[in-house]
Design a protein around this ligand. Structure first.
Ligand SMILES: [Zn+2]
Length: 203
């Protein structure tokens, strides 16, 4: 059934569609609405919520589930809240309506890149938490602005902040890419990222 959500729909799908309707579209994303949405999630899930304004109007929101051993470095589940613009006339459905068709396809700018991931983190944490699971490591979900324009007023500034250092990150997840086959695409990296290339010249 095509619907606005609610009746007969899985609550995680309903939440995803709500988030798709928040117009965090470049070049003037409604970040205020996104932050308010995330604060409400923190309240509902009883998670810590910290807001760090890294540049005017550019708030990084951190939702925290403390682990049983807070001396360990943390797991970061990172995602960006902004989305790229649209040419609305080329869409079959309003890109900010969160429309779901009779086959179950959900149309929306950000449905793949990457509001799906943000909601998956939130819903995974919600389920684990309400089912009584506890883990040694603290989990921080970081929601950053500005990724689609380079992150210069988002993550690039956040990683230099004392609030970021205080997270004591040990490992991070962030977006991948869709894969049209039965496989999943994972970006892999170890040691130092390969795009850090150092040239030294001798005498
Ligand atoms: Zn993305």
């Amino acid at each position: 059934m095509a619907s606005k959500g609610g009746e007969g729909e899985h609550p995680s799908v309903t939440l995803f569609r709500q988030y798709l309707r928040i117009r965090t579209v470049q070049p003037e994303p409604d970040y205020g609405a996104a932050v308010a949405f995330l604060e409400e999630r923190a309240r509902q899930l009883d998670l810590g919520c910290q807001k760090v304004e890294v540049a005017p109007g550019h708030v990084v929101t951190v939702l925290t589930w403390p682990g049983t051993n807070p001396t360990l470095s943390s797991i970061l589940l990172n995602s960006h809240t902004d989305v790229v613009p649209v040419f609305k006339e080329h869409w079959s459905h309003d890109p900010f309506e969160g429309f779901k068709d009779a086959d179950g396809y959900i149309y929306g700018r950000g449905s793949q890149d990457m509001k799906c991931v943000s909601i998956q983190y939130l819903e995974a944490v919600r389920r684990l938490k309400v089912e009584g699971h506890r883990f040694p490591r603290t989990i921080h979900m970081t929601f950053v602005p500005d990724e689609e324009t380079g992150g210069h007023q988002g993550m690039e500034l956040f990683v230099k902040r004392p609030e970021f250092q205080a997270l004591r990150a040990g490992f991070a997840l962030d977006e991948g890419l869709a894969n049209p086959t039965d496989a999943f695409t994972v970006f892999y990296s170890e040691r130092s990222p390969w795009w850090v290339r150092v040239t030294s010249t001798g005498k």
